[in-house]
Design a protein around this ligand. Sequence first.
Ligand SMILES: Cc1cc2nc3c(=O)[nH]c(=O)nc-3n(C[C@H](O)[C@H](O)[C@H](O)COP(=O)(O)OP(=O)(O)OC[C@H]3O[C@@H](n4cnc5c(N)ncnc54)[C@H](O)[C@@H]3O)c2cc1C
Length: 352
Amino acid sequence: MKVAIAGAGIAGGYLAALFETRGISADVYDGRDHAAHCTCRSCGWGAPKGISTYLHEVGLDLDDYLLEPMSPMQFDGLVATTPLCTVDKPRLVRDLSRSVRLTEQNLGQERAEDYDIVVDATGIVRAFLPPCRSDLTLPTLQHRVAVDCRGSERLGAGVYGNQIPGLGYLWIFPVGTNEYHVGIGGIGNIQHKNLLEQFYRDSAGQFSFARQCACHGAVRVASPYYSTPFFCRRRREDGAPQVIVGVGESIGTVAPFTGEGIMYSLECAKMLKDSWLDPEKYARSVLARFAWMKKERETLDYLLSPAGLNGPRLRDRWRFFCNARRSGIRLPMREAFRRMGSLTRWVEHEEI
Ligand SMILES: Cc1cc2nc3c(=O)[nH]c(=O)nc-3n(C[C@H](O)[C@H](O)[C@H](O)COP(=O)(O)OP(=O)(O)OC[C@H]3O[C@@H](n4cnc5c(N)ncnc54)[C@H](O)[C@@H]3O)c2cc1C
């Protein structure tokens, strides 16, 4: 049986590495034609330290990729302890596919005809699966900046929803040697570039920023439920059957509130390996495991609707609290409920 994995990002690279440990042979393709200097798809590189369990399974050690811990972290001015850190994602992605058969080219439709199974691990591109039943993507702009502190206080890690009109947030993730990823993700009438410049102006009293690089991107916040189908069966031109099955962000394994996809793409790849050759079982387990993402997506749909102008409902606040808990972020319940109120400011739809 001939298997191709299209995409050697986190999901495809990890799946290929898991296949290696199980003796499943696959051809891996990735043209890596990213605009970003780091040779990696646009990403903040933030992840919970819990990814170490996944890395161990393929013989990798989180310590080799750890850039900076992100505890404490600011959430709209509230400081919380978190299990988050930043990782050297380009290096991790390279190492995941180090011992696999990688062709540094994108897999095209014509070449894909050679394979009995094509794994669509192409992330936001979703090059092989049919379109999602109801897609939702969050446009982003991220800078890598070198930061000089004018005083003794260092720029801390943080996520801010209250700085963004429309639906979105700004993140500040330290990536070592006084460099940071500063980014904005937002849906609606949001001027990402102007908002980033405003952040630099607002912080100019304390810090100076020198931009190293910039990249536009988008993250699929549709949730797996709204990203079905996860697989399809088709006939190739010569009549032979072919299965296409998606993994990672191509099938929406990203937390809709926060855009975190690294941890969940690893988990999704492991689920595909565990249900290999049984796509129905795989689809059922992905839907069950990530059912909470469907609820977060429904909150986003509500906040983007005219009714959402009234601000988050009790159930939306509860989902926000659960989201923080799931990520190991220790926000007290009352504070989490109150902070979710800043979402009401996110939906003002005013242009900056
Ligand atoms: C600006 C931004 C910041 C983010 N920050 C974070 C963060 O801090 N923490 C976090 O957890 N998540 C973050 N995310 C989300 C996270 O990056 C993704 O969810 C995660 O990388 C998904 O992994 P993946 O392997 O499914 O897809 P990807 O990482 O996108 O990998 C897909 C790969 O497929 C390749 N490809 C595309 N087409 C083809 C083809 N035809 N043939 C072969 N290969 C192809 C691409 O080159 C790419 O390497 C962020 C996303 C964005 C846009």
